[in-house]
Design a protein around this ligand. Structure first.
Ligand code: TRP
Ligand code: ZN
Length: 894
């Protein structure tokens, strides 16, 4: 038998095995109380963990205790006061198992050591610029101590931190501080207690020499909460907007969801080395400092908007995620989709709702649709994973938020709010599932959501074919909708989904027509907008009393995350681009028209035919530019052509990245040619000497001004270079400065180099500014960009150990520069997979995420496809990979 095993798999390491949702079983042991003692030291931090365990009455009986633990040195194990000998337990790379344990409560004390200084994976306990910090979601706590590291084990934590007082004057952990004091040898300690039971993934501690910015908030029941934002020295003057956003988030959650904060302290720490955006640890959020530190001269309007949204997101997790947590990691969307929905709503209330909705639709289409259409497609609630960190995706987050939004559309705002209240109430202090959420919504609305629930388990973006038929004799309008979803990996057959379609009918003069849906009682004043519910593969809805041929306006507010085809044609799109009363649908009309035009131009240019100049499109944009009644931020969005990646997706197969790039360039310059003076007029009118404010109105005017510049620069002439260079050198804020560089970066002109050199000087070693400098170069469509990126990897300010910098250079090149990344000779793919190979041993999480940028490779032509497969194949063949990268690489080319 051993001969056979050896024969079938020689030296190959065993393929990592997946975890399945269907295999869930409750934890055999529950933990009531955890007491941690942490002796911080750079290379040998000693952790003593005392836990009170008891058998779980809801689980099968067991005679052993299995604890997760990785990359630690086990020092000692005691059970009920008895030091255990080596024969009483087994330790492996990932587990500690205590044998022959009686089924009764026990007190376990485990001593272990870890090395934060050497931890470059940025999960568990690590150091960022000398600051000790932790990242436990999803499975990082097991690198701090041995523990049942799963979200359905909730315990009350007390943490005592001890460190050198000069090195770490600040000592933080979850909850409220209960003690502190000085010790011998220049050391000191602090003790923190968190009264709320929580899973280990919400544990956090921070120690270092940090500045603190303090403020306070009085909750709706009158309790005072001390707020603190901790940053590296010299950065306190960039925290005001984050603090203001925090206070607004706290108030908003009270007003809109009735949720009050539940501790006396809320702290935020900004660190420079961080795997993702931020983390919602109970009472101690840890942030990537790029989402805290903003000042007019260092951050753009988009940066400000991100700070506001992410502060809100992490704060909102206090209820959607922390008070009500997830039973297992398959339920990730339960906290993430819901919390994204909540932060989107917050930003909509703080800013312009339609503009925010369009921005979210753009994000969804740019990131989630390609995911759903490619080799990494998975349901909002996946059914299996090898490495859970690979499932913090646009599908779980953004599509997960769309699912919550659809639910609200279907059951209405009042039932939704009642359902949310009931969900929080019933599941408070518990680890819940998607089923718990859905059943709260069913109870609140009295509706059967069984079919709707398919959204959680079925991957792929549904495609809707919509056609309208007007009968002048009957004065009826038939709306026929058919749905289908293409197969995705592991799911070949797709069932029909329950889809809310918000729609209206527009008269030829642009007025909204009253809707009389047959079979419904619409006596009295008819509405001009309604939501029809698609549940079958194909359905027809008949509207009556339609006295003249209408224009159909469908998918208003982007009421469902679907792809839409209608039988309306160019005339309808142009009409709706000018008249649709729903801003989202109006924007969408312009995008659809431009997409079709660009596909047409791509084909014509490839066939050697003369491409269209987009005359009617330019006219439509002229009306947008001349219409003072439009919100500037909305007008800016109307001016933006669909991107190259989106076009490639839309074409769907055999794409030549160069052809798409050239077509887009052609249209941009044709439009700029037709609108030239008008663009310059608007550009000048929108100049302002007002002091910078990040508010939505001012930001919107800058967005429109810079959209005019961008479009005008499509001409690529001397004048556009000059205008951009002047804007760069005279700008009084980072938004205008960055917009100027984003224009200059594509040019082969002296002004470009001068500006980039000046920007580098100005950055003066500030990592956040240097990251902008890297990414603005990585996004250049110049033919020498790949070489430039390779050269920048040798720059002294580049480091593989800093995720932000890796993402700014390599992530932006691979994710935001389709024409150079998808180079026909495969050089872009080779660059990416080489970086992934080098980064993997340093930081597997970031390496895997970076590899994910390749997910759209299948839409390209055969030459590109074979280069992509070869690069990923070489990566897989080139030696042992982390489970993170292994999983993405194998799924990528499966
Ligand atoms: N839960 C975090 C959020 O969405 C994201 C997160 C998950 C994360 N895993 C992480 C952040 C690892 C940093 C590192 O708010
Ligand atoms: Zn989140």
């Amino acid at each position: 038998m051993s001969a056979l095993t050896e024969g079938t798999s020689p030296a190959m390491p065993p393929a990592p095995s997946p975890v399945h949702l269907a295999d869930y079983t409750p934890p055999p042991w529950l933990v009531d109380i955890v007491t941690l003692d942490v002796q911080l030291a750079p290379t040998a931090t000693r952790v003593t963990a005392k836990t009170k365990l008891k058998p779980n009455p809801e689980a099968a009986a067991t005679t052993s205790i299995g604890l997760d633990g990785e990359r630690m040195q086990l020092i000692s194990v005691s059970l009920d006061g008895q030091l255990l000998g080596c024969d009483a337990y087994t330790v492996s790379e990932s587990k500690l198992t205590l044998h022959d344990v009686t089924a009764e409560p026990h007190e376990l004390v485990i001593e272990s050591e870890c090395d934060p200084q050497a931890n470059t994976s940025l999960t568990g306990l690590y150091r960022s610029n000398g600051v000790y910090c932790t990242q436990c979601e999803a499975e990082g706590f097991r690198r701090i101590t041995y523990f049942p590291d799963r979200p359905d084990v909730l315990a009350i934590y007390t943490v005592r931190l001890e460190a050198d007082k000069t090195e770490c004057p600040i000592l933080l952990a979850n909850g409220n501080q209960v003690a502190q004091g000085d010790l011998a040898d220049g050391r000191h300690f602090a003790e923190w207690h968190d009264p709320h039971p929580k899973p280990a993934y919400l544990f956090a501690m921070v120690a270092g020499d940090l500045d603190c910015v303090s403020d306070s908030f009085t909750t709706m029941s009158g309790r005072d909460v001390a707020l603190g934002i901790y940053v590296e020295h010299g950065k306190a003057d960039r925290t005001a907007y984050a603090m203001d956003s925090l206070k607004r988030s706290m108030r908003w959650d009270e007003e809109v969801f009735g949720r009050e904060y539940d501790l006396d302290v809320f702290n935020i720490v900004a660190v420079s080395d961080f795997n993702m955006g931020a983390m919602e640890n109970k009472g101690l959020n840890v942030f990537n400092d790029k989402y805290i530190l903003v000042r007019p001269d260092t951050a753009t309007d988009a940066d400000y908007a991100n700070v506001e949204a992410i502060i809100a997101h992490e704060y909102f997790h206090n209820w959607s995620g922390n008070r009500v947590t997830c039973r297992d990691w398959f339920q990730l969307c339960l906290k993430e989709g819901l919390t994204v929905f909540r932060d989107q709503e917050f930003s909509s209330d703080m800013r312009s709702r339609p503009v925010k909705r369009i921005a979210d639709v753009k994000t969804l289409r740019a990131h989630q649709y390609p995911e759903d259409a490619g080799p990494l497609a998975h349901p909002v609630r996946p059914s299996s994973y090898i490495e859970i960190n690979n499932f913090y995706t646009a599908t779980v987050y953004e599509k997960g938020a769309e699912v919550v939004r659809m639910l609200k559309t279907l059951i209405g705002p009042d039932a939704f709010r009642n359902g949310m209240d009931a969900y929080f109430e019933k599941n408070d202090g518990r680890a819940a599932t998607v089923e718990d959420f859905i059943s709260a919504m069913e109870d609140a609305s009295g509706r059967d959501l069984a079919q709707f629930k398919r959204w959680y388990d079925q991957a792929g973006t549904p495609e809707l074919v919509v056609s309208g038929k007007y009968s002048p004799i009957d004065e009826t309008f038939d709306l026929t909708v058919a749905q289908s979803t293409a197969p995705t990996p592991g799911q070949s057959a797709k069932a029909p989904l329950h889809i809310p379609l918000a729609m209206g009918l527009i008269g030829k003069d642009g007025t909204s027509l009253p809707l009389h849906l047959s079979d419904t009682n619409t006596d009295g004043d008819a509405e001009t907008q309604t939501v029809v519910e698609l549940t079958g593969y194909e359905q027809t809805f008949t509207f009556e009393k339609v006295t003249s041929p209408p224009v159909l306006s469908v998918l208003r507010g982007f009421s469902a995350p679907v792809k839409l085809t209608t039988n309306g044609g160019d005339k309808d799109w142009l009409f709706r681009m000018a008249h649709d009363p729903d801003p989202c649908a109006r924007w969408e009309a312009g995008q659809t028209y431009a997409r079709e035009l660009l596909v047409n131009i791509t084909r014509a240019m490839s066939a050697g035919d003369r491409p269209r100049r987009g005359t009617r499109y330019a006219d439509a944009l002229r009306h947008v530019l001349e219409d003072d009644s439009l919100e500037p931020a909305f007008a800016a969005m109307m001016l933006d052509l669909p991107g190259e990646a989106e076009l490639a997706q839309h074409i769907g197969q055999n794409v030549d990245a160069d052809a798409v790039h050239n077509a887009r360039k052609h249209l941009q310059s044709a439009v700029a040619d037709q609108l030239g003076d008008l663009l310059l007029d608007r550009y000048s009118q929108l100049q302002s000497n007002a002091a910078y404010s990040p508010d939505a109105d001012q930001a919107g005017r800058r967005a429109l001004k810079n959209a005019c510049l961008r479009l005008y620069a499509g001409l690529g002439n001397e004048n556009s270079a000059r205008i951009a260079a002047v804007q760069f050198s005279s700008a009084n804020n980072m938004t205008d400065m960055e917009a100027a560089l984003a224009t200059l970066t594509h040019m082969q002109r002296e002004e470009r180099q001068t500006a980039f050199d000046a920007f580098y000087e100005r950055a003066a070693g500030d990592p956040l500014l240097l990251d902008k400098w890297f990414s603005l170069q990585a996004m250049s469509s110049r033919t020498d960009t790949r070489q430039a990126v390779e050269a920048l990897m040798d720059h002294s300010d580049f480091s593989m150990k800093r995720p932000n910098t890796v993402r700014s250079l390599i992530g932006v090149f691979a994710g935001s520069n389709p024409v150079r990344f998808h180079a026909g000779d495969g050089s872009g793919y080779r660059l990416l997979t080489q970086v992934v190979r080098d980064l993997d041993p340093i930081n597997p999480q970031v390496a895997a995420r970076l590899l994910g940028t390749l997910k759209s490779w299948r839409v390209y032509d055969d030459a590109r496809k074979s280069e992509a497969v070869r690069s990923v194949g070489d990566l897989l063949d080139g030696g042992k990979l982390s489970e993170d990268v292994y999983e993405i690489a194998t799924r990528m080319i499966a």
